[in-house]
Design a protein around this ligand. Structure first.
Ligand code: NAD
Length: 260
């Protein structure tokens, strides 16, 4: 169904972004993937995506903390594939620390990668979408775009920013066939979650099991992690014609977390 369309998915070398890239490629989209990781692993992901879509899959290793690299990636995507019809802003990092000890460079990196990068990709991709009268911008926000947790000041600030930015651009693009939405997952089992377990253990003096059950899943009434494929299926739905009137929405997929 997405034959002839190009999707740029940031942070798609693992986790949620990879699942979204797979879902879009499976429907026939050409994809440009992005993110860090082992070059051989990334190359095998790229080949797998081409095999499943029958279209092209390209990789760009742009650091999303770098505005010039973002611009280069989008130029490359436009030359090698086409300008993105679907933009998925998914790259993100996390750091856990009480605010008074929060390293300034971590604050700045989180704001740059999780929020400012979304501004850059959006401003650079929107004109071509408008010109075609069709586009989909899907931002991976978080339950932390709606509620807070202690020790995540930069992440919560950035994700609230993504939610506000999403609404603003949705209004600006509303007449142009371009929808702009964010998906707000609760805890999804990916390396991003796995990696914050040691820091949370340290910050709160807990064991690994206590962090998983009493901290992470404590907030999630379903008591299970969201899966990357669940998030990908919502992203795929947002690209469909049936979702043409969903814009400016912040769609929760959090096992009931923000209902509590
Ligand atoms: P992940 O660590 O598996 O994936 C993050 C991706 O971003 C990777 O591909 C990584 O290489 C890439 N990335 C990181 N820094 C980058 C940079 N500077 N430039 C380019 N790429 C970079 O984690 P994930 O859980 O799949 O996270 C994806 C998104 O989902 C993030 O925005 C995260 O905040 C959000 N999210 C995750 C959860 C969760 O529980 N895992 C919950 C809500 C929201």
């Amino acid at each position: 169904k997405l034959q002839g369309k190009t999707a740029l998915v940031t942070g798609s070398s693992s986790g949620i972004g990879l699942a979204i890239a797979r879902a879009l490629a499976f429907e026939g989209a050409s994809v440009m993937i992005n993110g860090f990781g082992d070059p051989q692993e990334i190359e095998s992901i790229r080949l797998e995506l081409e095999a499943s879509s029958g279209a092209q899959a390209h990789y760009d290793g742009a650091d999303l903390g770098d505005a010039t690299a973002i611009e280069e990636m989008i130029k490359r995507c436009s030359h090698e594939l086409t300008a993105p019809d679907i933009l998925v802003n998914n790259a993100g990092i996390q750091y856990v620390s009480p605010v008074e000890d929060f390293p300034v460079e971590k604050w700045e990196a989180i704001l740059r990668i999780n929020l400012t990068a979304v501004f850059h990709t959006t401003r650079l991709c929107l004109p071509a979408m408008r010109q075609r009268g069709w586009g989909r911008i899907i931002n991976t926000a978080s339950a932390h775009s709606l509620v807070a947790s202690p020790n995540k000041s930069a992440y919560v600030a950035a994700k609230h920013g993504v939610a506000g930015f999403t609404k603003t651009v949705a209004l600006e693009a509303a007449r142009d066939g371009v929808t702009v939405n964010c998906i707000s997952p609760g805890y999804v089992w990916t390396t991003l979650v796995e990696n914050q377990i040691p820091d949370t253990m340290k910050a709160r003096g807990l064991t690994r099991e206590q962090v998983m059950n009493d901290v992470l899943l404590a907030a999630q009434p379903t008591k299970r992690f969201v899966t990357v494929d669940e998030v990908a299926s919502l992203a795929l739905y947002l690209t469909s014609d049936g979702a043409a009137s969903i814009t400016g929405a912040n769609l929760s997929m959090d096992g009931g977390w923000t209902a509590a």
